[in-house]
Design a protein around this ligand. Structure first.
Ligand SMILES: *Cc1c(COP(=O)(O)O)cnc(C)c1O
Length: 237
């Protein structure tokens, strides 16, 4: 390993340890002894960083730009050690690509996308773990994705019956300018409603670098953390 890679490895190891510590503190503050999965969101960062994270013991990575991810995931040497999550809103015309390289998809918010993903999964002989994205914004914001809470149950039934898809739970992004804790509590309630019909849909994907503590306290099972692990994204520097 060259010097630059060794420096980066050390940087990632330190940031990952700090995030794990935050998660552990939040779990203990919430009195939780169950498992929480930390997904490192690697969008805009190179495949080499993903390999370093895999060497550091991380098992889950998240991507949300379809074209970037399709190329990058193919370059990861330690792909077999990782579960790759597509996170965020997905367009139906990109579902086929995602069905090829993602293991889990957090962000189904329309029947059309669910059907396209199901077709892709069947075509590639794969089974995908799928989460429904719920909008927690009081007033829908264009481009943020997510279905309205009252529509979740119908979409859950569609996903639950789609071949090649396994309904795993719900996902949300904290609303803009509102208390993330209250929003994530609403997500927890919605998760409970979905589980009445789909008992295996136990994943709650919530919480990012800024609000992971709020998500842990509201029962999140999957945290999607980017900048706190990888640093500020190259395009934003
Ligand atoms: C980028 C992204 C994240 C990670 O955000 P950070 O603030 O960098 O932790 C989480 N979820 C989704 C859907 C994202 O697009």
């Amino acid at each position: 390993m060259n010097e630059q890679a060794a420096d980066r490895r050390e940087e990632l190891a330190g940031a990952l340890a700090a995030v794990r510590e935050r998660v552990a503190r939040a779990m203990s503050a919430a009195g939780r002894t169950d498992e929480v999965t930390l997904i490192a969101v690697t969008k805009f960062f190179p495949a080499a960083d993903i390999d370093l994270l895999a060497e550091l013991g991380l098992r889950d990575i998240g991507e949300n730009k379809v074209q970037e991810a399709a190329v990058k995931v193919a370059e990861v040497h330690l792909r077999d050690r990782l579960r790759v999550h597509f996170i965020g809103q997905l367009q139906s015309n990109k579902a086929r690509s995602v069905s090829e390289w993602a293991d889990a998809v957090h962000g189904i918010d329309r029947e059309k996308v669910a059907r396209a993903l199901s077709r892709g999964a069947l075509e590639h002989g794969r089974i995908l773990d799928v989460l429904i994205q719920v909008s927690l914004d009081e007033i829908p914001v264009a481009g943020r994705g997510g279905i309205r809470p009252e529509e979740v149950s119908d979409l859950a039934d569609v996903v639950g019956q789609a071949e090649g898809l396994r309904l795993r739970g719900v996902m949300a992004v904290a609303p803009l300018g509102a208390d993330p804790r209250a929003a994530f509590e609403r997500l927890r309630t919605i998760s409970g409603q979905v589980r009445e019909q789909h008992p295996a849909a136990v994943w709650i994907s919530a919480g990012m670098s800024e609000d992971l503590e709020a998500a842990v306290s509201a029962g999140a099972t999957h945290l999607r953390v980017g900048s706190a692990i990888l640093g500020s994204r190259p395009s934003l520097r």
